[in-house]
Write a protein that binds this ligand. Structure first.
Ligand code: DMJ
Length: 461
């Protein structure tokens, strides 16, 4: 190399940010290693940012479901709070070693949370956030009052399964058991068995496992000849009301739980359903513009392409592919997700991956791309995923941090903030950042399965 060339290369490397350096390196195929001191520093930064948001919640919204970070007020999902943020945050507090905060939160939950409320709640959200959070909290602390709360909640949710098909209604009144919402989707019908199954194993009450498993199986049984499911289904007639098929909102975690229920419980039906389903997804939904890998939309019966869109929620799929052993597709898909993120310095809710045009510009602090970086780093130990995580974290802090918390973005194009900080920020987004950078012994990956809200549940085969 000539002296002038060497000098200009040195200059370029000096002015590049770490993330830009990653790109420079990735063109040559390898990311720079991340040393132990650098990882410690990143871990500490994540913890400190988590605490920043947690203090904001405690200061302005303690006892309520979420913090509204711009108006510095609180938000409750229903007429009475269900402690969404404390329950979702508890296991992250424990994993981060924040003992006093975890202890105070556990105490507050067991002394104040009651499900004897005359409110109609969304079964899916309450299951993944509250049932999942209480169960992992119980497994991490051994506090049986958390399990008792989970069992009480489980019993109050059970009426949702009393439909003619066994596919659950969407809403149930926690006090009266009255159900509503006959039109549901595979995600809400099929993302229940990890939590209900664990509750069944821990209480010895098989009804929890059996009802949630039936819901998953009955959804699967209605797949098309191509092996795909649609977006909406009527729980009373079992008829699809929207036949669009994809791995995005309203379907996503249905696939995740087919795989995870095999891994968590050793349920062979789930393994068979996962294998058949993922083969159909790879055959009919995968798309390869410009040699990249994306998963788009197609009609469940004909396989005809209906949309070339993907988004922040779809970014969970590399993690699931990696967990299933398909690292080749997982790596290619994660590269696409990362491209989607870097397009505007943060990912949009929906993107047309053919034109690279943003379709829905919001960013509600979603974790999925970080979750996938964590899984891929776990399996490959390729520093690329640590560097990727570092870039995601820098952008995330830069665009979403407020003086008293973190705020969703109305638009990733303008970076205008929205007055919302959902509890999955604590359950998932910060947890996956933390686990990505922290030493592997922080959590024995092979011993647990994360529910879709990132609550780690112990394998009980
Ligand atoms: C979470 O509540 C869960 O991960 C769910 O499966 C999908 N959406 C949010 C986070 O984006």
């Amino acid at each position: 190399m000539s002296k002038t060339k060497a000098a200009s290369l040195l200059l370029i490397l000096c002015v590049l940010t770490p993330a830009q350096t990653l790109f420079a390196q990735s063109r040559r195929g390898a990311a720079a290693a991340v040393g132990a001191a650098e990882r410690r520093m990143l871990t500490a930064r994540v913890k400190s940012e988590f605490l920043h948001a947690w203090r904001g919640y405690k200061k302005y919204a303690w006892g309520h479901d979420d913090l509204r970070p711009l108006s510095k007020t609180h938000h409750d999902w229903y007429a009475q709070p269900l402690l969404m943020t404390p329950v979702d945050a508890l296991d992250t507090l424990i994993l981060m070693g924040l003992k006093d905060e975890a202890e105070a939160t556990r105490k507050y939950i067991v002394e104040n949370l009651s499900f004897d409320k005359d409110i109609s709640v969304q079964n899916f959200e309450v299951t993944i956030r509250l049932l999942g959070g209480l169960l992992s909290g119980y497994q991490l602390t051994g506090d049986r009052r958390l399990l008792a709360l989970a069992e009480d909640l489980g019993n109050r949710l059970l009426p949702v399964f009393d439909s003619p098909t066994g596919i659950p209604y969407r809403f149930v009144n926690l006090r009266t058991g009255k159900v509503r919402g006959a039109e549901t989707n595979p995600a809400e019908a099929g993302t229940l068995l990890v939590e209900f199954g664990t509750l069944g194993r821990l209480t010895g009450k098989t009804v929890f496992y059996d009802k949630a498993k039936r819901a998953l199986v009955e959804t699967y049984k209605r797949r098309s000849k191509l092996g795909l499911v649609g977006t909406r289904i009527n729980v009373e007639s079992g008829v699809w009301t929207n036949t669009d098929s994809h791995v995005s909102a309203e379907i996503d975690s249905y696939y995740e739980y087919l795989l995870k229920c095999w891994l968590l419980f050793g349920d062979r039906d789930c393994r068979r359903m996962w294998r058949e389903s993922v083969a159909a997804v790879n055959q009919h939904l995968a798309d390869e513009p410009r040699g990249e890998l994306w998963y788009g939309h197609a009609d469940m019966h004909t396989g005809r392409r209906t949309a070339t869109t993907s988004g922040a929620l779809d970014a969970f799929f590399p993690a699931v592919l990696a967990l299933s052993g398909d690292l080749r597709r997982a790596k290619r898909l994660q590269a696409s997700s990362f491209k989607m993120w870097t397009l505007n310095g943060i990912e949009p809710e929906t993107l047309d991956y053919r034109t690279m045009r943003v379709v829905e510009p919001g960013y509600p602090l979603r974790p999925e791309i970080i979750e996938s970086a964590y899984y891929l780093y776990h399996y490959t130990k390729d520093p690329r995923y640590l560097r990727e995580g570092e870039r995601l974290f820098e952008d995330f802090v830069k665009h979403c941090r407020t003086d008293e918390g973190y705020a969703a973005l109305k638009s990733v194009l303008t970076k205008e903030k929205a007055d919302s900080m959902q509890s999955f920020l604590f359950a998932e987004t910060f947890k996956y950042f933390y686990l990505l950078f922290a030493p592997p012994q922080t959590l024995r990956f092979e011993g647990v399965v994360f529910n879709t809200e990132a609550h780690p549940l112990r394998k009980t085969r």
